[in-house]
Design a protein around this ligand. Structure first.
Ligand SMILES: [Zn+2]
Ligand SMILES: [Zn+2]
Ligand SMILES: [Zn+2]
Length: 304
């Protein structure tokens, strides 16, 4: 009975708010199957239920179901979902066939999500904003790179590993908004404060090395390139902040948050293409780097 398992898992992940709409006190007759069997639309829904069920079974038999999970994985993060509100839900099962039919295509994706939680697989949830977050080839071309890895949590930190905040000598990073010691970038295009990024932010969020950026007199800041993923710039585009997802995207094989966002949400990237790009990214070497500095180890381990 894999279907019933699927439905159950899917319902467990529905936000409580939508649950209450349909089955707040159990008295809503529309929420119970079979209460209006003479109703044409209900018969239609039941027929649709059956069709979906049949299709799912067919997919299982053909092995297409597992395949579809793999193919859909990279795109699922920008599908319309209320993931932020998801809470473990152990209340009685909702049985509304109407709701079941609203998003039948998401069965497999939701199932994959709950499966990934069970398996400890990395899952990234960015709340949906007011505008769709989609990227073009141009964005991808503006992604940066680095010759050598940047060692995180060292530059601008004291011996105990605490960040050194300095209101006078420090520089404010456009990304983390902290006024700290340590190296910061300088944009050769805008020459503005928005072009200042600390080494850690530049590496984690854009996959670039601040030392290399500062030796490149053509280096241009992420805001000037239109790929800034700081919370303020994202809000300006109608997108929600990503939160600290570097360790997650790194586990998925992406060089930086920007690489993850742009490579998984590009308009022309579909399914396996996006997955392939991860593999390529792992092995690709920088095309435009001129420096040959010793590779720092702590951060580079994550890129292996
Ligand atoms: Zn920063
Ligand atoms: Zn700039
Ligand atoms: Zn920004």
């Amino acid at each position: 009975m894999r279907m019933s398992t699927l439905k159950k898992k899917r319902e467990e992940e529905e936000p409580p708010s939508s649950l209450s709409l349909d089955n707040a006190n159990g008295s809503d007759s529309q929420s119970e199957e079979g209460s209006k069997r003479e109703d044409d639309s209900l018969r239609y829904e039941q027929a649709r239920d059956q069709r979906i069920k049949d299709n799912m079974e067919r997919m299982h038999k053909l092995g297409l179901f597992d395949l579809s999970l793999k193919l859909k994985h990279p795109k699922r993060n920008y599908l319309p979902k209320k993931k932020k509100a998801v809470q473990p839900n152990h209340s009685p099962q909702r049985r509304s066939s109407r709701i079941m039919n609203l998003v039948p295509i998401n069965y497999s994706e939701r199932n994959r999500e709950s499966a990934s939680k069970e398996n400890g697989v990395v899952e990234i949830c960015i709340p949906e904003g007011t505008n769709p977050e989609v990227y073009t080839e141009e964005h991808e071309e503006h992604l940066g790179d680095c010759e050598s890895a940047w060692e995180l949590y060292v530059d601008g930190y004291d011996e105990d590993g605490n960040r050194i905040y300095d209101p006078i000598k420090g520089e404010t990073c456009h990304q983390c908004r902290q006024k700290t010691l340590g190296q910061h970038t300088h944009c050769n295009k805008c020459e503005l404060l928005q072009g200042k990024f600390c080494g850690d932010c530049l590496y984690m969020r854009y996959g670039e090395n601040v030392m290399e950026a500062n030796r490149n007199n053509k280096w241009v800041c992420p805001p000037c390139r239109g790929i800034c993923n700081c919370s303020r710039c994202r809000r300006g585009k109608g997108w929600r902040p990503t939160g600290n997802i570097y360790s997650k995207v790194s586990k998925l094989g992406f060089k930086s948050v920007a690489h993850y966002l742009i490579k998984t949400r590009g308009t022309e990237l579909e399914g396996s293409d996006a997955e392939n790009s991860v593999a390529e990214e792992k092995s690709e070497t920088s095309a435009d780097t001129k420096l040959n500095r010793p590779t720092l180890t702590r951060a580079s381990k994550k890129r292996a």
